[in-house]
Design a protein around this ligand. Structure first.
Ligand SMILES: [Fe+2]
Ligand SMILES: [Fe+2]
Length: 475
């Protein structure tokens, strides 16, 4: 078991104490991080003691430590999965060579870009979610929000460590810039589109953690294959934290559905007006939120044809999801992949070199994984004896990146005219009225064991605690 040294100012399992220059650099960055947290971290949380889990080691059992702590005092630190100097590169032109412990000069710019882009999403999501604590539907949910927030903060630490350790002066500058950009800021926005969208309410938060944190899972899994070993090891550890974020999203939407289904059965209706009057979220609104978060998230995988994606793979910087489980040559030079484009008002498949289509490959892996969870949501409706179902929209729907960005496509995959789009967009994507209705349900409900009317309680609490456990102590 590799445990984490908590006696140091920056908890770590990378022998930080033996690298004084690096330690000093990170100790200088730390107060800026805390200033950032105070400035745009979770609102109204300063005095609360929160029942958080803290990583105490990086083995799979390393999550044992739960306790009430102030988030500001959370032990943010630098934790890498154990590695081996013998590890070999598993794909690309360097397949079979030894993995890199340092950054090769010729791949420096691309690696830095990838680490900065990943690092930027972490503080962005904290900023996006900062107001949600004020309208938490329960103390249990508030605690989960806070857990995610501190772990996204730690993910930022993970990327900043790599920048400081391996990228010299420009790495340090990038680490500063990560604390300067702001989600949704016109002048200095976060790098990726979905991370500049607001997360205005808890339904959006659950959808975000279901879909967008899952994008995180797939990006991290692809980076966990990297020839650059420190990146592979740090992203592997981040993946263990990501699982809880997706759990919050999946179970959150399930609980919303459970409550809605209950009201539909009690009132024997699926009438939107009646259900809204009863204070629950109707299925069409849930579908529109699903359509929105799904489409915005699949854009995050990038253009369907990308020479950068080919370079990242061939040079060994970024692999595929579960690279090791795939049975092909892991070089992909002569292979092809099908992408979609619109020709004369029809979506048609086009075969392109696979190396250029690796963004699409990762997007398709993500799609399979997210569809499976939507199936689990539908089980809630099925169990309640209701015929209604949620679906994910066609992957060409509401796209803003790549070949499909110029076409209007309905959720069922038909290319439609601008006029048809305009006439139906209110059925397909959340309207201002939907958002206002959901916002009207948001009110702080944080007595232990109490839940807002629009969401069912969870089946069990966190770390085997009771559902009405005092997860957050307000001081
Ligand atoms: Fe993260
Ligand atoms: Fe996450």
């Amino acid at each position: 078991m590799s445990s984490i040294n908590y006696s140091e100012k920056i908890p770590n399992n990378v022998n930080l104490g033996e690298d004084r220059t690096l330690q000093r650099a990170l100790e200088q960055w730390q107060p800026n991080f805390i200033n950032w947290w105070d400035d745009v971290g979770p609102e109204g949380s300063v005095d609360s003691d929160v029942y958080l889990r803290t990583a105490v080691s990086v083995d799979p059992q390393g999550w044992a430590q739960f306790g009430h702590v102030k988030m500001r005092d959370y032990r943010w630190g630098v934790f890498l999965n154990p590695g081996s100097n013998e590890r070999e590169i598993g794909f690309g032109d360097h397949k079979g060579e030894k993995a890199w412990q340092d950054v090769p000069g010729e791949h420096r710019a691309n690696l830095r870009r990838i680490i900065v882009t990943q690092g930027d999403t972490e503080p962005a999501s904290v900023e996006q979610q900062r107001h949600l604590g004020l309208t938490a539907p329960s103390m249990y949910d508030l605690r989960n929000l806070y857990q995610i927030n501190v772990e996204e903060g730690r993910h930022l630490w993970a990327m900043v460590y790599l920048l400081h350790k391996h990228f010299g002066r420009d790495g340090r500058e990038e680490a500063e810039a990560l604390l300067e950009r702001r989600s949704g800021d016109e002048n200095n926005p976060r790098i990726l589109g979905a991370f500049n969208e607001a997360t205005p309410d808890w339904l959006a938060f659950f959808m975000f953690t279901y879909f967008t944190d899952r994008d995180g899972k797939f990006q991290l899994a692809a980076l966990a294959e990297s020839a650059f070993d420190p990146l592979a090891r740090t992203t592997k550890f981040m993946l263990t934290e990501e699982a809880h974020h997706m759990f919050v999203g999946e179970s959150g939407v399930s609980r919303v559905l459970q409550r809605t289904a209950q009201a539909m059965n009690d009132l024997k209706t699926d009438d939107v007006g009646k259900l809204r009057a009863a204070g629950v979220i109707d299925i069409p609104t849930l579908q529109r939120y699903t359509n929105f978060h799904y489409s915005v998230t699949i854009d995050l995988f990038g253009a369907d044809q990308s020479s950068n994606a080919a370079t990242f793979y061939s040079t060994g910087i970024k692999g595929r999801y579960e690279e090791g489980k795939r049975v092909d040559d892991h070089i992909l030079k002569d292979q092809t992949y099908k992408i979609l484009e619109a020709v004369n008002g029809q979506l048609v498949e086009k075969e392109v070199p696979m190396l250029n289509a690796l963004n699409e490959v990762l997007r398709d892996d993500f799609i399979k994984d997210s569809v499976a969870g939507v199936g689990r949501w539908n089980k809630v409706l099925e169990k309640a004896g209701l015929p209604h179902r949620l679906t994910v929209p066609h992957k060409a729907f509401h796209r803003n990146i790549g070949a499909l960005s110029g076409v209007k496509v309905s959720p069922d995959g038909r290319v439609v005219s601008e006029a048809e789009w305009a006439a139906n967009v209110g059925k397909w994507l959340p309207t201002n009225e939907d958002r206002a209705f959901v916002a009207s349900l948001m009110g702080r409900c944080v007595e232990p064991g109490k839940f807002a009317n629009w969401i069912a309680p969870p089946n069990m609490g966190i770390n085997k605690q009771a559902v009405d456990f005092e997860y957050v102590r307000f001081n």
